[in-house]
Design a protein around this ligand. Structure first.
Ligand code: ATP
Ligand code: MG
Length: 360
């Protein structure tokens, strides 16, 4: 899709609203973890905040640089998911990261403000490196992606970043660099050049995977996608990990570390029924006729029904939006232009603060 600046629209301005920056890697369709971790907050806050949603294709390349051709299709899927959950492209700018060169510029400046040792201590990056088996062969690009996230957040002057728990170390890293930048380059006593952002973490800040792993992740493949059809949902739920020690259902089960119950808590609107299921599961046992009180199959069937009820309106909207081939790209082009205009303003004040605005 061609990208030109000719139809640049003016940045959203008066009256002043605080800004949100958040985003996703276009590495696949979005899943239930995205919904509870970040999307739900974005939808809730889009009226109140000026919202920028970054489609982080540059970051996706850090561990997918051999297959850049997958980005185009995945960008489309991610945007369809945004529209399907109710993000309004008039209120939120959907911005393609690689088309905002200011982010790359800021990344280079910030790399001087962090030590390699500090990058190597990032717990999320450590987990991901372990999961991908990188060891000492990790690329500089992957190790440094948190710094490019600092650039993502600050390029838009974001005040708030609604993200999942795995992003907490990135927010801390951002605050450190912002403080350092403002200390180094800011004028004494003046308000910081860079806005110091806060993270916003949802109640289900880290939704577990269907395999019981601590995090549902696109690249692990333990996901339930927002776009999954009814049959796929049922199949995935029936194959889910539950308490491995509850063999027959007669013995008491573990509710706490059981993703089936975490999903019930997150997506089943009938809270009384969920409480009842949990109580029976934790107790285990059989009724007067020796029949099992509550087997895994029953809990899972009820979960599949709850998920399908939750997802049906989302799927319906997704189907509708996917009929118009051009719509997604039109929306992304307009959002990217708005994003670039905003990042350009920030970049100007950064260059000014660093005294490298030579021709001013
Ligand atoms: P990948 O495996 O490619 O990294 P991902 O599933 O981790 O994909 P991202 O695009 O990296 O998804 O994350 C986008 C946003 O969604 C981030 O704010 C992240 O914290 C949030 N998120 C992702 N997975 C979960 C999850 N399981 N629970 C809560 N939030 C999540
Ligand atoms: Mg991720």
């Amino acid at each position: 899709m061609a990208f030109s600046q000719s139809s640049q629209s003016s940045p959203q301005s008066t009256p002043f609203r605080k800004r949100i920056l958040t985003g996703d890697r276009p590495t696949g369709k979005l899943h239930l973890g995205h919904y509870v971790g970040s999307l739900a907050n974005r939808v809730r806050l889009q009226d109140e905040y000026e919202t920028y949603i970054l489609i982080a294709d540059v970051q996706a390349l850090t561990d997918n640089f051999e297959t850049p051709e997958m980005l185009r299709a995945n960008i489309r899927e991610v945007v369809l998911d945004y529209l399907a959950v109710g993000l309004d492209p008039q209120k939120c700018a959907f911005v393609i990261q690689s088309l905002v060169p200011e982010i790359a510029d800021l990344t280079i400046f910030y790399l001087n403000l962090v030590s390699v040792a500090r990058l190597q201590r990032n717990p999320t990056v450590k987990d991901e490196m372990h999961q991908k088996g990188y060891g000492d062969n990790v690329t500089a690009g992957f190790l440094c992606y948190p710094i490019s996230q600092v650039a993502d957040i600050t390029a838009f002057g974001a005040h708030l970043v609604p993200v999942g728990e795995d992003q907490r170390p990135m927010i801390e890293q951002t605050q450190e660099i912002v403080d350092k930048f403002n200390r180094l380059y800011g004028e004494d006593g003046a308000e910081g050049v860079l806005v110091r952002p806060e993270g916003m973490y949802a109640e289900f800040g880290r939704l577990p995977g269907t395999d019981g792993a601590a995090k549902m992740s696109k690249s692990v493949g333990n996901v339930i996608n927002l776009a999954d059809d009814e049959k796929t949902i049922t199949q995935k739920v029936m194959a889910m990990y539950t308490d491995p020690n509850r063999v027959t259902g007669r013995e008491p089960g573990n509710v706490a570390d059981n993703p089936v119950f975490t999903y019930h808590d997150a997506f089943n609107g009938d809270k009384a029924r969920v409480a009842e299921l949990k109580e029976m599961y934790a107790r285990g046992g059989v009724d007067a006729e020796g029949k099992l009180l509550l087997g895994d199959v029953k809990i899972k069937r009820e979960l599949a029904a709850a998920l399908n009820a939750f997802l049906e309106p989302i799927r319906a909207r997704r189907r509708e939006y996917s009929l118009d081939e051009d719509f997604v790209w039109d929306v992304v082009r307009a959002g990217t232009l708005r994003g670039r205009a905003r990042a350009g303003e920030v970049m100007e004040s950064v260059r000014g603060a660093m005294k490298i605005d030579y021709f001013r």
